[in-house]
Design a binder for this molecule. Structure first.
Ligand code: GDP
Ligand code: MG
Length: 375
């Protein structure tokens, strides 16, 4: 059960994270700053630094985000690609930008560059002497964030905020900023439509600076890239900047474990049955795996990747469309793979009971309210 990261604990105790790492080292635990610690470890380390830990405090922090990385993953962590959501006001060019980014894979000569729509896709980006991947969620960013917020799941690592240079900051721009801030996700601004006659990128920068998003070239620390989604201008630069921004986040996952992640999209297909796009956030998902997505059981019958290719497995930060669920799972729900059907069933059973209890409590509460309002 994940609670606080090493960094969060260090902040709480008012010591350097290296002090915590050292203390853990002497307990035989090799830790990184982003690593999540269990309750027992937090208590032990806190006592060592002479700070009593408030149980409520830890629980509150734990509720904030559902951690995908567990202590047992620590020895197996490797870098994983960042997962990006594109947000912004209607008509500012979110869809066009996602299309333009998707097209860069054709340019890069990647096989199957033309994608089928599965709700997410990956692109390869040159980075120094190597290539790095970035995963883009293709679902409307606002919905993804709302679902995330409701469940406390952290799905995206960066939000790309699209602002049209000929229109500036609008209501949904503000909404997008508040979503990203609530989720504590860094924002990269794409100032779009710079090809248009009435484009005023500096006006956009000025409006954003009033919202505490100050461009780097204006002395702030928000990355802003002027782009034209339609002309494909500066898309490479935007991708490069996304990598740069996420580099400091030290994004990691353990590919050598059973997969867990989040349902990105799901629907009922007449021929195939329930179809779900799964974002793998930790571990590797394999064909034949038994899983539970929220209260829904499944056994992966087949998977296709974002190029429409049948795949046998999928690693951290990749998305696949999977067949084999008993019912249509809910977008935003977490999924997790289990060793066998029996253990998956047990978890799902507990969840169903829990859901029933919550529903019942809600019904009773609303009945109380209506009775109260009658008297
Ligand atoms: P969304 O609602 O944010 O997904 O916006 P769309 O991608 O659907 O774009 C809205 C309109 O703006 C469409 O007519 C696009 O062709 C146009 N558009 C998007 N990006 C650009 C751009 O870079 N330059 C110009 N001139 N038009 C753009
Ligand atoms: Mg759109």
């Amino acid at each position: 059960e994940g609670n606080l990261t090493v960094q969060e604990l260090a902040d709480r105790l008012g010591v350097e994270s290296s002090e915590i790492i050292k203390s853990l080292f002497f307990k035989g635990i090799i830790a990184t700053v982003t690593q999540t610690l269990d309750l027992h470890t937090i208590e032990t380390v806190s006592e060592e630094f002479g700070v009593p830990v408030l149980q409520d405090d830890i629980e509150a922090a734990a509720k904030k985000t559902v951690e995908m990385i567990e202590e047992s993953d620590m020895a197996h962590l490797i870098r994983r690609p960042p997962v990006v959501t594109v947000m912004g006001h209607v008509d500012h060019g979110k869809t066009s930008l996602l299309d333009a980014i998707r097209k860069t894979r054709v340019a890069a000569g990647e096989a199957g560059g033309i994608t089928q729509h599965i709700g997410a896709y990956q692109v390869d980006v040159p980075h120094g002497d190597e290539h790095r991947k970035i995963t883009f969620l293709d679902t409307p960013g606002h919905e993804a964030f709302t679902a995330m917020r409701a469940r406390g799941t952290k799905v995206t690592d960066v939000a790309v905020l699209v602002v049209a240079a000929d229109d500036g900051v609008r209501p949904q721009t503000l909404e997008a900023i508040s979503h990203a801030r609530a989720a504590e996700v860094p924002i990269v601004v794409a100032i779009n439509k710079i090809d248009k006659e009435g484009a005023q990128p500096d006006r956009v920068k000025q409006e954003l600076s009033g919202l505490d998003l100050v461009a780097e070239d204006w002395g702030g620390n928000t990355v802003m890239v002027p782009v034209s989604a339609i002309k494909g201008e500066n898309i490479d630069k935007l991708l490069e900047m996304i990598l740069l921004v996420t580099e400091v986040e030290d994004l990691q996952a353990n590919p050598d474990r059973m997969a867990r992640g989040t349902v990105i999209e799901a629907h009922l297909d007449k021929a195939k049955g329930p179809v779900a796009t799964l974002l793998i956030q930790n571990g590797t998902l394999k064909a034949g795996d038994v899983l539970a997505a929220g209260p829904i059981l499944g056994k992966v019958r087949a998977m296709v990747d974002d190029t429409g290719k049948r795949v046998k497995q999928a690693g951290p930060s990749s998305a696949v469309e999977a067949l084999g669920f008993s019912e249509v799972p809910t977008a935003g729900d977490e999924f997790e793979v289990y060793t066998d059907e029996k253990s998956a069933r047990a978890v799902v059973g507990d969840r169903a009971t829990e859901a029933r209890a919550t529903r019942l409590a809600q019904q009773m509460a609303s009945r109380r309210v209506s009775l109260a309002s009658m008297s």
